[in-house]
Design a protein around this ligand. Structure first.
Ligand SMILES: Cc1cc2nc3c(=O)[nH]c(=O)nc-3n(C[C@H](O)[C@H](O)[C@H](O)COP(=O)(O)O)c2cc1C
Length: 215
C-alpha cells in the first residue's frame, strides 16, 4: 500500500506536520505494508505557472516540441507519483483563508490533460484519480466552525474539493484542526485533542487499505 504524504507548512515545527506524522503513525499501526512517498513542498517548491508551461500543457502530447516536453517534465513526474499512490495525505496550514501558495503551485502542476484527467470525444471531463483515498489535514489559527465570527471565511475546503474532484477524487476526508493559534491555550489544546481523535478514526476507516494489503 502506497501513501503519498505531502507537507506544506513553511514552519519546521508545525501543527500540520505534527498531526500528519501522527496520522501516518496511526496508519502504520493498522497497515504493516505501508510505504510512504514523502514530498515536502517547503523544500521542493514548485514553480509558478509560466507562459511556457501554459502553452505546453494545452498542446496535444504528440505535437509538443522537445522544449515543451522539457517544460512539463517536473509536472509529468509529479502526476506519475500521484497516480502511483493508493492514498494521499495533504497536510497544510490555512493561509489567508485558503491554501498556502506552495500547495497552489502543486495543484497547478498536477491538474494535467491526459495525465490526471481526460476529455472524451463528446466533451465530458473524466478525472483519473478515482479509487484513491484522500485526506486533507488543515490547521487553522482561528476557529471557523459554526458559531464563530470566522464561520463563512473558509475558502480552503471548497477550493480543495473543486480541484481534486475535477481530477476524479471521490473519496475525500477533511480533518480541520482549529483554533490552533488565535485562541486560549486551553482552546488550542482541545483543538489538538479533537484533531487527533478524528485522525485516529480516519486511520481506522482506511482499514480497507489494510484488508487490500493483507489479501
Ligand atoms: C501567512 C499566514 C497566514 C495565515 N492566515 C490564516 C488565516 O487566514 N486564517 C486562520 O485561521 N489562520 C491563519 N494563519 C494561522 C495558521 O493557519 C495556523 O497558525 C496554523 O496552525 C499553522 O499551521 P502550521 O503550524 O502547520 O504552519 C496564518 C498563518 C500564516 C503564517
Amino acid at each position: 500500500v502506497k501513501l503519498m504524504h505531502v507537507d506544506t507548512s513553511p514552519k519546521s515545527t508545525s501543527n500540520s506536520r505534527m498531526l500528519g506524522q501522527y496520522f501516518v503513525e496511526q496508519l502504520n499501526r493498522n497497515t504493516r505494508t505501508l510505504s510512504v512517498d514523502y514530498l515536502d513542498l517547503s523544500v521542493d517548491a514548485l514553480p509558478h505557472v509560466t507562459e511556457a508551461f501554459a502553452a505546453a500543457t494545452y498542446t496535444p502530447t504528440r505535437q509538443r516540441t522537445k522544449g515543451m516536453a522539457a517544460t512539463l517534465e517536473q509536472s509529468d513526474r509529479l502526476c506519475a507519483r500521484l497516480l502511483d499512490a493508493d492514498a494521499l495525505l495533504f497536510a497544510m496550514p490555512m493561509h489567508n483563508w485558503t491554501m498556502p501558495s506552495t500547495f497552489k503551485t502543486f495543484v497547478d502542476a498536477i491538474v494535467r490533460t491526459d495525465l490526471t484527467y481526460t476529455v472524451t470525444d463528446d466533451g465530458r471531463y473524466i478525472g483519473k484519480l478515482f479509487g484513491k483515498k484522500v485526506l486533507f489535514l488543515t490547521t487553522r489559527g482561528a476557529d471557523l466552525r459554526p458559531g464563530s465570527p470566522f464561520n463563512g471565511m473558509d475558502a480552503l475546503t471548497p477550493a480543495l474539493r473543486a480541484a481534486f474532484s475535477f481530477i476524479g477524487v471521490t473519496d475525500m476526508t477533511f480533518v480541520d484542526a482549529q483554533p490552533m493559534q488565535f485562541a486560549s491555550a486551553d482552546a488550542r489544546a482541545q483543538a489538538l485533542i479533537r484533531a487527533r481523535g478524528e485522525l485516529a478514526a480516519v486511520a481506522d476507516t482506511w482499514t480497507g487499505i489494510r484488508d487490500a494489503a493483507a489479501a
